[in-house]
Design a protein around this ligand. Structure first.
Ligand code: ATP
Ligand code: MG
Ligand code: MG
Length: 350
């Protein structure tokens, strides 16, 4: 059988490994950190830095196709790996999603609605940006932000100095605040032959900048549902994408606004494990392996609850609930803000 190489050994790599193994593939993880969650389920793990060319070469030699669980893979490693094996999703998806400014320009270039945004390379830029993108707004680092990290809110103009300091010299963008009623996301997939399949949009609630729950079905009109799925397909096609992507959307009276895209399986797609015949992890493996895709249809309504830090205390109670499926990541140490697992509560037939 073929071997799938996965860059990154966190919980997403772990759940991708489980799905790959269920389809008869072998899995090889590349991860700089010791004792990664994916290490317990994968067939092989390379523990090495992304600067270690020899380790990258040996990893590529051992696999048939390379995919990843996070978008911030160093460019130098990708430059080497792409000469050795196919990388799916491809470089263009990474280039676009690694930088919030490039991403916003790409989305706007497709004619999709985004928050008003402006480049902030200097303190003087921020003054201009507050006029063009608006206040209140959120200053965000262009690169490396996740779970609301690398962001500072500007509620009034006098917050500008503190927000700029918080970026610690990193290039940033200012986004005008979007007045949304709620947040949804589409988990979409595209195969090697260009076929597209989308899961139904889920409704997301964040707490302290981190995803808290995803609920299916989302509160959306039929027209909004169609719009969400069509715009996701447009993004995938524009990138000649192969794999699963998460598309985060704000729902507003003026339509759907794209917040950001993630070129990988996505936390807001974990509900598919207990709501669909083919979940997002199997879907991603099918796509990168060149298989036909599952159609994305949902057999059950689900509420996904993230278990973050001390939320793990709820596990004994959740385990008694016959409607709940637990997915725990096997992380040795509980830390505040760390994603330890999730619980999918099946709400009934869809
Ligand atoms: P993730 O973990 O999803 O990658 P992130 O750190 O990349 O998160 P964003 O998705 O940009 O951060 O923002 C986190 C949350 O902050 C959003 O889900 C939304 O609730 C809020 N938010 C972000 N940008 C805006 C905006 N322009 N207007 C209003 N709310 C926003
Ligand atoms: Mg993000
Ligand atoms: Mg986000």
């Amino acid at each position: 059988g073929a071997t799938i190489g996965i860059l990154g050994g966190g919980q997403l790599g772990r759940m991708l490994s489980v799905a790959a193994s269920r389809l008869g593939f072998k899995c090889h993880i590349f991860e700089p950190g010791a004792n990664p969650p994916a290490g317990h389920v994968a067939d092989a793990v390379t523990t090495a830095s992304y600067e270690d060319d020899a380790a990258l070469r040996a990893f590529a030699d051992a696999v048939d196709v390379i995919t990843y669980e996070f978008e911030n893979i160093p460019t130098s490693a990708l430059d080497l790996l792409e000469t050795l094996r196919p990388i799916r999703p491809g470089r263009e998806a990474l280039r676009v999603s690694q930088d919030r400014l490039v991403e916003k320009e790409f989305l706007a270039g497709l004619g999709l609605k985004t928050a008003p945004f402006a480049d902030v390379a200097s303190r003087a830029d921020l003054d201009t940006a507050m006029e063009t993108a608006g206040v209140p707004g959120i200053l965000k680092t262009r690169r490396f932000g996740y779970d609301g990290k690398g962001q500072a809110r500007i509620m009034e103009v006098s917050d500008a100095d503190a927000a700029f300091e918080a970026m610690a010299g990193a290039p940033a963008i200012l986004e005008g605040f979007v007045d949304f009623s709620h947040e949804v996301s589409v988990i979409a997939a595209r195969g090697v032959n260009g076929e597209v399949a989308c899961f139904d949009p889920g409704e997301n609630v964040h707490r302290d900048g981190i995803l808290h729950t995803t609920t299916l079905p989302a509160r959306l009109s039929g027209a909004q549902r169609t719009d969400a799925v069509l715009l996701a397909g447009q993004i995938l096609n524009a990138l000649d994408y192969v794999g699963v992507m998460g598309v985060e959307l704000f729902v507003t009276p003026k339509g759907l606004i794209v917040n950001e895209i993630a070129p990988r399986v996505h936390n807001s797609g974990h509900w598919t494990q207990d709501g669909c015949v083919v979940d997002q992890f199997e879907q991603h493996i099918r796509a990168v392996a060149g298989w036909p895709l599952g159609d994305g249809s949902r057999h059950s309504n689900v509420e996904m609850l993230n278990l973050i830090g001390d939320d793990m205390d709820q596990v004994p109670e959740l385990a008694k609930d016959p409607a709940v499926a637990l997915h725990l990541y096997g992380k040795a140490e509980v830390k505040a803000g760390r994603k330890m697992g999730h619980a999918n509560r099946v709400l009934g037939a869809a």
